[in-house]
Design a protein around this ligand. Structure first.
Ligand code: NAD
Length: 503
């Protein structure tokens, strides 16, 4: 591994590194960085301190057309999908290695783009992206087709074929990881990709594109169109020559992807959308402190900007106060600080206006009768206006807006219940179904509750443990289709039957 032995150790060192960074900020089309056809750019403001860190190309329909044409040409001439499996595998492994050897640069770009703690970008985001590409590289020479049973004079092959041009529209909360979740399976399946990163997080995507090219991915196979949802994302979703949209983002925009598919060419759509994931904590929870720790990390990690953040705690009233006390104690250890300070465990939200939105929910909760147990304020000693304290809203009642709506920030809603039979009903009383947890020492109950809860992942006596080998995604309005695991490859491929008759 080429990973640097040590990273800068202090905030000052990171600020110096950030000061000399000149990130690529143009579109990546057909193997080259190019300006938007219109020449337009937008200012990328870093939530770390409110400063402009780049003028980024503002892609629009004409750029999407160029990128889709390049992707189509690459797909049709087979420069990628027809490579020998072992060649594809080697390219993807080199791509993963390059991500690892650029951990420092990718991590810094990720933090500057979205405000997450630098230590997380280095320890989690960049390495997990590399691991994901490496995981899917291994499938390049292991995907096999099928032969159906026939009579002796026939041969019926069931071949798995790539879809063609995949449009990947991704959010800003885990830009590197979610992009890798799309690229790994889409590329190993042989597709070409046009990636539209969120306008808040364009920079790590552009570096990824360069690293993919350096690894030997042929021109046109991966293209990146930076820009806004309405001007760059919508034309991609509506494009008649895109075979699939793989989307991660809000439920609201996810629904627009379905509309765009219907209004254009009936392209495939895979959706990973929002969540309001519950912890169900029963009175017989074996280790309340372990539960409190997992609950605190499950909502405050990444400032709560996690689709599967455990943002609701549905807890037996008899143990509620003890649990809230312990959650508060654990929250106090998750230090909120400057994003470039390596000791910070929580840092900035993605934008100051997102912080405003999150704080407005604290006010809404108060007005609805919730009690602010901890936090609830902006951290004004930090620059840029995007830092918000870890917040726990106690005594939340079913039906309150803070209990129903995805806040996407460090705000936990605690909902006490009196009757255990109600707990599952409350857990399922949501439009979402991304994740959940059950806390109980009774394995029979754990088993019953985990099957009764409608969610793509249910953890028992833990939270947020996962690996690339397990599928991730939602039920209900959290979307459909799965990222991660071998199953993710299926959604980027389709079956073709080739029936041969021997006269
Ligand atoms: P968002 O829906 O606002 O944006 C997601 C992407 O869609 C961005 O690239 C954006 O530019 C693009 N977009 C916006 N409007 C568009 C339009 N009209 N047409 C085409 N594209 C458009 O979401 P966000 O604010 O970037 O991310 C936060 C949301 O993502 C949360 O709801 C979160 O739960 C969800 N999320 C889900 C998962 C998951 O795996 N289920 C993972 C991460 C985030």
């Amino acid at each position: 591994m080429n990973k640097p032995a040590t990273f800068p150790a202090t905030r000052a060192d990171w600020e110096t590194a950030a000061g000399v960074l000149r990130p690529e900020s143009r579109l990546f089309i057909d193997g080259r960085f190019v300006d938007a056809a219109s020449g337009e750019t937008f200012a990328k403001v870093s939530p770390v301190d409110g400063r402009v860190i780049a003028e980024v190309a503002s892609g629009a329909a004409a750029d999407v057309d160029r990128a889709v044409s390049a992707a189509r040409a690459a797909f049709e001439d087979g420069r990628w999908r027809s490579l020998e499996p072992k060649q594809k595998k080697a390219v993807l492994h080199r791509f993963a290695d390059l991500i690892r050897s650029h951990t420092q640069e990718l991590g810094l770009l990720e933090t500057l783009d979205v405000g997450k703690p630098i230590s997380d970008s280095l320890a989690v985001d960049a390495p997990f992206a590399a691991d994901c590409i490496q995981y899917y590289a291994e499938f390049a020479d292991k995907l096999v087709d099928e032969v159906a049973p026939t009579g002796p004079n026939d041969l019926a092959l069931i071949r798995r074929e790539p879809l063609g041009v995949v449009g990947a529209i991704v959010p800003w909360n885990y830009p590197l990881i979610i992009t890798a979740w799309k690229l790994g399976p889409a590329l190993v399946a042989g597709n070409s990709v046009v990636l539209k990163p969120a306008e808040q997080s364009p920079l790590s995507a552009l570096l990824l594109a360069r690293l993919a090219a350096d690894a030997g991915l042929p021109d046109g196979v991966l293209n990146v169109v930076t820009g806004f949802g309405e001007t760059a994302g919508a034309p991609l979703a509506l494009h008649g020559d895109v075979d699939m949209i793989t989307f991660t983002g809000s439920t609201e925009v996810g629904k627009l992807m379905l509309v765009a598919s219907g209004q254009s060419n009936m392209k495939r759509v895979a959706l990973e959308c929002g969540g309001k994931s519950p912890h169900v904590v029963l009175a017989d929870c074996g280790d309340l402190d372990a539960a409190a720790s997992a609950i605190a990390w499950g909502i405050f990690y990444n400032q709560g900007e996690t689709c599967h953040a455990g943002s609701r705690v549905i807890v037996d009233r008899r143990i509620k106060d003890r649990l809230v006390e312990r959650i508060a104690a654990h929250a106090a250890t998750i230090s909120l600080g400057h994003a470039l300070d390596p000791s910070s465990k929580m840092a900035a939200l993605v934008e100051a206006r997102h912080a405003d939105r999150v704080l407005s929910y604290v006010d809404i909760g108060r007005k609805e009768g919730a009690v602010v147990a901890i936090g609830g304020r902006r951290a004004d000693h930090l620059p840029g206006g995007a830092y918000v304290e870890a917040t726990v809203l106690d005594e939340v009642k079913p039906g309150m807006r803070v209990e129903r709506e995805e806040i996407f920030g460090p705000v936990l809603a605690v909902i006490p219940f009196d009757d255990e039979a109600d707990a599952v009903r409350l857990a399922n009383d949501t439009i979402y179904g991304l994740a959940a947890a059950v806390w109980t020492a009774d394995m029979g109950k754990a088993h019953r509750l985990s099957s009764a809860i409608r969610a793509g992942t249910v953890w028992v006596n833990t939270y947020d443990r996962s690996s690339l080998a397990t599928p991730f995604g939602g039920f209900k309005q959290s979307g459909f289709g799965r990222d991660r695991s071998p199953h993710a490859i299926d959604k980027y491929m389709d079956f073709k039957t080739v029936w041969t008759h021997f006269g």
